[in-house]
Design a protein around this ligand. Structure first.
Ligand code: SAM
Length: 144
């Protein structure tokens, strides 16, 4: 077993899941703030040099899981691990955000898709070396 504690929380404009754009083509244009606990602020040193970050977080308002999920834009159900459904065995979310501004323990970002108050487990610099023409996106590219 593992025990993890939040390093901070997301300040987001979304209080209800219905407000968050859904589906593979959904555009996440909302701005929000990653607010870190004071004891982790020193760990943010040099973060302003990165344009994008991976945010690893907890679906804290999701209950239980299914091994099959039917995303809103899909034609049929898919295995949970080929979806980004919140109802997964380990309810971990992963979002790429663009850094707008860093101010002490707060990082203002673009592209949040989490509810207000969502716990943050970790952040990491976004790095991708996979060229677009080598990326396959499974059912998301074939209409669901
Ligand atoms: C499809 S998931 C994708 C999240 C992330 N980009 C990922 O791939 O892991 C996004 C949905 O999770 C739900 N959600 C967001 N924050 C949540 C939270 N704190 N607890 C439970 N569900 C949440 C909302 O319904 C939102 O539309």
């Amino acid at each position: 077993m593992f025990t993890m504690k939040p390093i901070g929380y997301v300040k987001s404009p979304y209080s209800d899941t219905a407000q968050i754009p859904k589906g593979p083509g959904a555009k996440h244009e909302a701005e929000g703030t990653l607010e870190f606990l004071p004891e982790f602020e020193a760990g943010l040193k040099d973060i302003e040099g990165f344009s994008h970050l991976f945010v690893i977080w907890v679906f804290d308002r999701s209950q239980g899981f299914d091994l099959s999920a039917h995303p809103p834009t899909a034609k049929k159900p898919h295995g949970i691990f080929s979806t980004r459904s919140p109802r997964r065995p380990n309810p971990i979310g992963l979002t790429v955000v663009r850094v707008l501004q860093c101010a002490g323990p707060k990082v203002h970002v673009h592209g949040v898709d989490m509810l207000d108050g969502t716990p943050i487990l970790d952040i990491k610099p976004y790095l991708s070396s996979i060229p677009d023409n080598q990326l396959k996106r499974g059912w998301m590219d074939t209409g669901g």
